[in-house]
Ligand binder design. Structure first.
Ligand code: 9MR
Ligand code: 9MR
Length: 598
């Protein structure tokens, strides 16, 4: 077992009851909540001071404290929306000289040191993609690429069994198939098509929206020296696995590749139990179809490097779509499945029984790639006025983003809906902007308790993506500013004061529920991984010891047993890749700096 107490920037942090006596009151660095990496020179720069305090002045000092470069007034005290804790804002947006600084609040203390510079999130943006490399199954991660987190290959998955729930005449139960490569889903070692779907859709969209930025990014992965952008090389590792999850006999797609029960807390190569592909389903088929249709479009640009890949993806997409049209209501219901088949399967369910949004996403991708109206017309593209934020069971907006992204090549059938989709997206984004300006933390994320679900960090990141889409459509800086507020949230301007990205920030997640990070004997967790973050129900869900929070925005424990607030997952990292990459890409564009100014 790892110890939960660690020394961090000089402070002794206590994370369980076992060492509660050393817990210090909230002040100093703990009380000053800000993006621990820093700020773009001409963007908003905000810190939030938490706790009782008389207010007054704040000072911006050089990190060596030799010089005060700026002073300002703290705002009036305001209770945070959920916890009602008093908060004040230090807004130093007008100061824009690059350098390394600390914020000093007389009577409270100093913040962590942070930078003001043009590409302040560049390393983070790369690390968030590199995080996927660390999730690779079936390959050694040598020191050359993985540094101190190098490890032997785990889960070759070249001999996977067809589970009785997935048996067909051509592939009876027990048939051995090869289903190699792919990423581990999260802190566990299984591979789930539904969750791979939104993950891949988000990563491929990041590339489609900001190809120049991702072409220039170097991740130091084994493929870094080829002519393909590293993001697409990395994504291909999972795409190749996804392709093997389609039954060649009927086009259906297995819901997941899994152990019957979660592995213990051991390294990947030590986890050698039997693995199964389990029941085909409609959500898996449609998410797969959407990803393959999009991948066909994206990898078409690399036909020389990957001959035939784009065509194979499109064929796979069409076959999965056809299967789903014939099998439009096959839900993955694990409990029911376990009543009929052995062995029982108790790993992540990713069960969803409403496929309206999966049909919309797959139709939008297939239509955009093929230009065939039949795909578009097969669904009701605007079934209701809702604009649900993307998450693994809700992918409608991924389809809308794609239609808007390719609006210039849209045919009549899509053109009739596009003004309405655009209008709804901007309404959604306007609501987010208004919310951010009213909130105690001045972030879009976290003003309402419903934001704090399992994986809430991805709520923040996906709100950021919606805002970037709005910015791309309008060029209106308010959307960009609001998107940036949520990156600030993820990196420390939040009610628990953590940066939720491992390895990034002075007070960043140290003990994620992530088997390799827990079992590798290396003190620091694998870097570039986004913790699921604050979750109002976490104490009831994982029942870890140590929760003291009573407010949903504070229900977070940086301990590795807290899988409901501190696991990492590919569908959470992907929107971080998008958000950090988009903001870096946009700040590189001439004039963007001035654009971000308040
Ligand atoms: O490690 C598992 C994690 O990946 C899942 O998100 C979580 C919820 O399904 O479950 C974790 O596994 C736990 C299991 O559910 C109960 N026993 C303890 C396991 C963690 O060590
Ligand atoms: O992200 C999933 C979350 O929405 C669910 O509430 C939770 C419990 O079912 O499961 C989460 O997904 C986990 C998956 O089931 C197994 N791998 C780890 C995932 C992240 O915790």
């Amino acid at each position: 077992m790892r110890t939960f107490c660690k020394t961090l920037t000089g402070a002794f942090l206590c994370l369980t009851f076992s060492c509660a006596q050393a817990q210090s009151p909230v002040r100093g660095q703990e009380a000053i909540r800000l993006n621990q990496l820093g700020f773009y020179p001409n963007a908003a720069k905000i810190a939030v001071v938490v706790g009782e305090h008389q207010g007054g002045k704040f000072l911006l000092k050089t990190a060596d404290q030799a010089k005060t470069v700026h002073t300002g007034q703290l705002s009036e005290s305001k209770p945070a929306e959920l916890s009602k804790r008093p908060t004040r804002v230090a807004d130093f947006s007008s100061f824009n000289t690059p350098g390394t600084y600390v914020l000093e609040i007389p009577g409270v203390g100093q913040s962590y040191a942070f930078e003001i510079k043009p590409d302040v999130h560049k390393e983070l943006a790369a690390a968030s993609v590199k995080g996927f490399y660390f999730q690779r199954t079936a390959t050694d991660l040598p020191e050359q690429y993985a540094g101190k987190w190098h490890r032997p290959a785990g889960h070759p998955d070249d001999k996977v069994l067809v589970h009785p729930s997935a048996a067909t005449a051509q592939r009876p139960a027990g048939t051995v198939i090869s289903s190699s490569k792919g990423w581990y889903d999260a802190g566990d070692y299984n591979k789930y098509i539904v969750n791979s779907g939104i993950t891949m859709g988000t990563l491929l969209s990041a590339y489609e929206d900001f190809p120049g930025f991702f072409r220039a990014q170097n991740l130091n992965i084994p493929e870094s020296n080829n002519t393909v952008p590293d993001l697409l090389d990395e994504s291909l590792w999972n795409l190749r696995w996804m392709l093997t999850m389609q039954d060649p006999h009927d086009g259906g797609v297995y819901h997941k590749l899994t152990n019957p029960a979660f592995d213990g807390i051991i390294m990947p190569h030590q986890a050698t139990g039997p693995r199964y592909v389990v029941q085909k389903g409609t959500a898996a088929a449609l998410d797969f179809a959407a990803v393959m249709a999009q991948a066909s479009r994206v990898y078409r640009g690399f036909s020389k490097e990957f001959p035939g890949l784009a065509d194979s993806c499109l064929t796979a997409a069409v076959r999965a779509w056809d299967w789903a049209r014939k099998n439009p209501k096959v839900a993955y219901e694990q409990d029911a499945l376990n009543k009929s088949f052995d062995p029982d399967v108790s790993t992540g369910a990713y069960g969803d029984c409403d496929f309206t949004d999966e049909f919309i996403w797959a139709a939008a991708e297939l239509y955009t790639t093929t230009k065939q109206d039949s795909y578009y017309k097969a669904v009701t593209m605007l079934p209701d006025p809702k604009m649900p934020l993307p998450s693994w069971p809700q992918v409608r907006l991924l389809g809308y983003y794609t239609l808007l992204r390719h609006k210039d090549k849209a045919g009549a059938v899509a053109l009739q809906d596009l003004p309405e989709i655009r209008k709804r997206l901007l309404q959604m984004a306007d609501g987010m902007v208004a919310g951010a300006s009213q909130g105690a933390y001045k972030t879009v994320m976290g003003r309402v308790a419903q934001d704090y679900i399992w994986g809430s960090s991805s709520v923040a990141a996906n709100q950021g993506i919606a805002l970037i889409q709005a910015y791309q459509l309008t060029n209106d800086k308010k959307y960009l500013q609001a998107a940036l507020s949520n990156l600030d949230y993820l990196l420390g301007r939040n009610a628990v004061g953590y940066s939720f990205v491992t390895g990034y920030g002075d007070k960043a997640t140290l003990n994620p529920h992530h088997r390799p990070s827990m079992a590798d004997g290396v003190k620091e967790p694998v870097p570039g991984l986004l913790s699921g973050g604050t979750n109002g129900q976490a104490n009831k869900q994982d029942k870890c010891e140590g929760y003291t929070a009573t407010s949903p925005d504070e229900m977070y424990l940086d301990v590795d047993c807290s899988y409901a607030s501190n696991e990492i997952a590919i569908n959470w990292n992907a929107p971080l890749v998008y958000l950090a990459g988009a903001l870096e890409a946009l700040q590189q564009k001439a004039g963007f700096a001035a654009n971000l100014k308040k």
